[in-house]
Design a protein around this ligand. Sequence first.
Ligand SMILES: Nc1ncnc2c1ncn2[C@@H]1O[C@H](COP(=O)(O)OP(=O)(O)OP(=O)(O)O)[C@@H](O)[C@H]1O
Ligand SMILES: [Mg+2]
Length: 262
Amino acid sequence: MKDDPVISATDSVPGGPGPSPRDDARKHEGAILRVSDVRKVYGEGHTEVVALADATMAVDEGEFVALLGPSGSGKTTLISIIGGLLGATSGSVHLGDIDVTSMSARDLTRFRAERVGFVFQSANLVPFLTARENLLYVSGLVKGVSRGQARTRADQLLEELGLADRAGNLPEQLSGGERQRVAIGRALMNDPDLVLVDEPTAALDTGMGRQVVELLRREIKARGKTGIMVTHDLRMVEYTDRVFEILDGRLTHVEQPSTLGH
Ligand SMILES: Nc1ncnc2c1ncn2[C@@H]1O[C@H](COP(=O)(O)OP(=O)(O)OP(=O)(O)O)[C@@H](O)[C@H]1O
Ligand SMILES: [Mg+2]
């Protein structure tokens, strides 16, 4: 990976022409996702690591944004806090009227199942369930969805993601790109408001990576979701609406993908 020119180019991302995320957030006052002064400190005393320093960002409903930054800059930490997987040391995250940072553990479990779809770097599918069963499994975590509705939705998603003829395959019988597409289907299965994606292309070649991100964009736009995609890879930002850059736990600036000159 170290020799990849695109990836190493992003290892020195600071600066750039865009406004600061704080100024940018002021322009997006009605945004569905509002992250305000979020700080995260891991450990304590001499082992203390400030992974995020006062992150502020706002993302509008229907937007698909990229979060770009070198390894260790705080990307996974930030989206984990946004999705209610990890607590913040201070600051707040609001999704619409919901204050994610002040929910009980029990409410957070429900919030994650109903409102958030996650796609991780490795697809993290359940190995002994088929592609279709991996989708159906998450619908079982939400109340009030009938099995019939879930089956219809799973089949529709698998069709849209080009996986109809792979629905009965186990993860080990799928290619890396197919597994990532199943993971996208699973993330969309419960009709979440927010889709959080962490390095979906890290294990894929460029062609497959582009296909996966293109599909992700199409689904997010067609379904009116709000999406954040973490990536090292500048080639993938052209599929996004805005780009947030993070360095050493600090969100530095926001740009339009077209200004990144790739
Ligand atoms: N559980 C933890 N305990 C202590 N430090 C942690 C923990 N998780 C992450 N860190 C540290 O916090 C910083 C940010 O980590 P994070 O995983 O958010 O980075 P990242 O931008 O996602 O990196 P990568 O691109 O390599 O995935 C790093 O310095 C990391 O070592
Ligand atoms: Mg990470």
